[in-house]
Each structure stands twice: as C-alpha cells, then as structure tokens.
Design a protein around this ligand. Sequence first.
Ligand code: SF4
Length: 423
Amino acid sequence: MTIAFLTLGCKLNYAETSTYERGFKAAGLQVVPWSAKADIYLINTCSVTATSDAKSRNLIRKVHRINPSAIIIVTGCSAELRKNEIEKIEGVTAVFGCYEKQRVVSETLSLAGISPEPVPETPSANCPGFADSVFAAYSTGERTRSFLKVQDGCNNYCKYCTVPFARGESRNVPICECVKMAEAIAAEGVKEIVLTGVNTGDFGRTTGESFLDLLKALNGVQGIERYRISSIEPNLITDEIIDWIASGTKFQPHFHIPLQTGCDSQLERMGRHYDTAFFAAKLDYIRKAMEGPGKPKVFFGIDVMVGLPGETDEKFRQTKEFIESVRPAFIHVFPYSRRPGTPANDMPDQIGEEVKKQRVAALEELCARLSAEFREANKGVAERVLFESTNRKGTMEGYTGNYIRVERPYDPELVNQLVDVTL
Ligand code: SF4
C-alpha cells in the first residue's frame, strides 16, 4: 500500500509529518510523491493566515482528483480550527485535531484495513510527566539538520493570533524524551538540531522542568555538534540562559526573536509581553555576552507584522526606526491577516491591503541592507560551516554557526562535515 504526504506551514508541522511517516513506514507502507497516485494521502495543514487555510482546502481537492478512491487524512491547524468544514469536503476520510495526533497512524492503518504490529512510534512513554496531550516529534530525511519538537501550544493569546486556538494550551515533551529523540537523530548521522515549538521558551508548563535544564541535557548528547533555537519570545530568553549559552556550548550565536511591531502603543494593544526598550536591552545583553574581537557577530532574525489595526504611518515609521536602531541580520516580514475569532479581527481601524504591500516592501528593502551589512561585518572572521550534501553545479553550501550561507567547490569528503573557514 502506498502513502503520500503534503505539509504546509511551520517547522513543527514538518517534524510531525516526518514522525507520522516513520510510523507508516514501520507498518510496511511505501511512501510516494503526492503528485503520484497513492492509496492514502495525509495532508498536514496550516491556518496561520486566510491564504494558508485556502491552500489546505485546495490541496485536499487536488489529491481527491488524482485518486477519487484514496483515503484522505487531514491533520494540522486547519483540521483543528475548521474541522466541520473540512469533513464536508468530498473525499475526506478522517480529520484529526491538535489533541488527536497520537492516534493518526494507528487509526489510519485500521481505516486502510491494516492491523499494525504494535510499533511504539514515539519513544517510550515512561518518562515522568509525559502527558498524552503532547505528540513528541522530530524530522528525519535531511542529512545535516533535524527539527526537534520540544514544546507545543501557547497560553499568550496575542490579539491577532489563532495559534493558541489551533494548537491548544502550552505543554512540553519531558526532557528525558527530548534527549532520547536527540540520540535517535544522532544515530542517523545528523549533526545539527533545531529546537522547535509554538512558544518554545515556555517549555516546562506540563512537567515543571526548566528550558535551561533542557538545553543543558541536550548539550550532552553525543554526536550532535550544533543546536539552534528556532524562535523564542523576548521575555523568555533570560539572562541566565544567555550567560550559559555564552559560556561555550553547542548552542549557536543565532537567535530568532519575534518583535511584531516596534511601536510601544501597538505592542501593548496586541497584548505582547514586552516593550521596545526591553527588546533592545535584550539584544544588547546577548551581543555583550557573545561578541568580541575576532568572534562572529550574533545573528538576530526578527518577526515583524505590518498593517496591524491602528498602525498609522507615524507608528509604522517608529517601527522602521526601531529596527534600524537594533540592526538585526534578518527581518521576517508578514502582512497582518485578519483571523476570525481573534480580538484584532474586530478592531475598527483596519489597514488597507495596498498600504500593507508598501510597508512589506519597505521592510524587505531594509532587510536586504541589514543582511548585507551583517555579512560584511563578518568578513575575515574564522567560522565553522556544516556543509550539506547537495551538489549545485559543482558547488556545495552550508551555514556558519551565525547562520551565514557559505558556498565552496563541491567535495564529497566534506558532506555533513563541520569545516573551519575564514569568511
Ligand atoms: S506568543 Fe506567538 S503563538 Fe502565542 S499567541 Fe502570541 S503570536 Fe501566537
């Protein structure tokens, strides 16, 4: 029997699809590309914007056209938020919400008439505090890095965000489980792990363990050379964590920290848990702790959402000016998307799509300048690059610790190797 996977959205979704895939392979199914005719299609959906919801529905219809008799399984955030709607789409067999992920593999196999050998997909559940509500997951299939899911859900309810509704309350995978998954990843020969979650820094809600203890435990896993934290809220990356990372660990000088807006009145209005002074001081603290002569500069990526309700030209100008003052290496720009069920959706002073487009363009132009400046500032610095396997017309690429993409002539000996370079 054949199965095909389609995944939309974030790193978490990719880690979860990859974990489902290992379960189905263990039960003897053959994985085929989704454009091929498969007996089962699993679509892991995203609902972060109206566009991603629409894309999810279109993919369901597309695979139904490819094979009208196929079993179609829908998981992910649209499955949670739009369950009734998706169940009515022709061809859909089953829809699994955010607290039903543990059952996806076993129930799909029985729908296909396959009674699986009891294959314990997620590592043993005898870790203290391993709540059923958390689906432990990690990605495989890439040779150099893997996404490791350590946390899920969020309790913040920022005024524009549907994620807490789609992924539920903040909960985490126990540290001993995370270590087991990291060991499994190392056994695959992978050298770099990206920690991922919805509100990753909020790790420990369901087990009472601390995020810093998690980092320390993972730091000891043999075979993993480098770690990155995919994204962390500014108020959750404590000075204690920074001091520890700066003391010489496998955690890289690369932080992705959501800002959303650089205007204090908008931050307060959106229910964010910091102001611009706090944000700037945090970046300053990290730079002081981790940078120095001959040392790589810390890579800061930030999320910014333009066109939130009430964002006047003046408030947008404040955001742009603030970003210029903290000089990140990368800006991930999103145009605000109205989401039903969120307070921001009903706010009066909505911004027009054309204005949003102009503001996205303005910040993308700023991002290009800041990225070039960051690369320039790292010229001549000694760094280590983890080279990937792809041979692009005789060259190979990889990332430095501080997330600069580097290329060199292809050498098969260097695939998945950490190599010292001077940029
Ligand atoms: S912290 Fe992030 S995931 Fe949580 S509600 Fe706010 S924006 Fe959404």
